[in-house]
Design a protein around this ligand. Structure first.
Ligand code: DQA
Length: 152
C-alpha cells in the first residue's frame, strides 16, 4: 500500500503542553490519529514520525525520497519546527532526494517574530500551509494524495 510520510521536527513532541496559546491543545498523538484517519480515507498508509535531531530528519527525508521513487510513498508533509528557519541541510535533502513536499506550520509564522518569517523549505515545497493548526496536516496529506505531477 502506498504511504504518505508526515515528519515532525524539534519540540513538536511537546505539543499539548507547549505554549498552548500558540500551538493549541492537541498532542502529537492526536495529530497522528487525525492524520491516520485522513490517510486511510484516501487509501494511504501513514508513516508518522517526530525527531528533535536534524540529521535524523535528513535521513527520513532521504528515505521518503527513495520510497517515492519506488512508488511506495506520495511524499512528505513536513513540520520542521525551528529548523525551518535555519536548516540548509533539510532543504538540500528535499531537493537531493526529490521529495514532493508540503511544508506545514500550526501557527501563522508570518504573524510572529521576524526570525520565523524566512523558511529554507518554502522555495522547494510544492505548497505551504501556515496558521491553520492541525487542519494544515490534513490539507497537506490531501494535496499529496491528489498530486498528479503538477501543483502539489
Ligand atoms: C512551528 C513554527 C516554528 O517557528 C516553531 O519553531 C515550531 C513550530 C509551527 O508549527 O507553528 O517549532 O513549525
Amino acid at each position: 500500500m502506498t504511504a504518505v510520510h508526515v515528519i515532525n521536527g524539534p519540540n513538536l513532541n511537546l505539543l499539548g503542553r507547549r505554549e498552548p496559546a500558540v500551538y493549541g491543545h492537541e498532542t502529537l498523538a492526536d495529530l497522528e490519529a487525525r492524520s491516520r484517519e485522513v490517510a486511510a480515507g484516501l487509501g494511504l498508509d501513514l508513516d508518522f514520525r517526530q525527531s528533535n535531531h536534524e540529521g535524523e530528519l535528513v535521513d527520513w527525508l532521504q528515505e521518503c525520497g527513495a520510497d517515492v521513487a519506488a512508488g511506495r510513498s506520495v511524499g512528505a508533509v513536513l513540520n520542521a519546527g525551528a529548523l525551518t528557519h535555519t536548516s540548509v541541510a533539510l532543504r538540500d535533502a528535499v531537493v537531493g532526494a526529490e521529495v514532493p513536499l508540503v511544508e506545514v506550520h500550526l501557527s501563522n509564522v508570518h504573524a510572529r517574530e521576524p526570525f520565523r518569517h524566512h523558511s529554507y523549505l518554502s522555495p522547494v515545497a510544492r505548497g505551504v500551509v501556515v496558521g491553520l493548526g492541525p487542519l494544515g496536516y490534513e490539507l497537506g496529506i490531501r494535496a499529496l494524495a491528489g498530486a498528479t505531477g503538477g501543483a502539489a
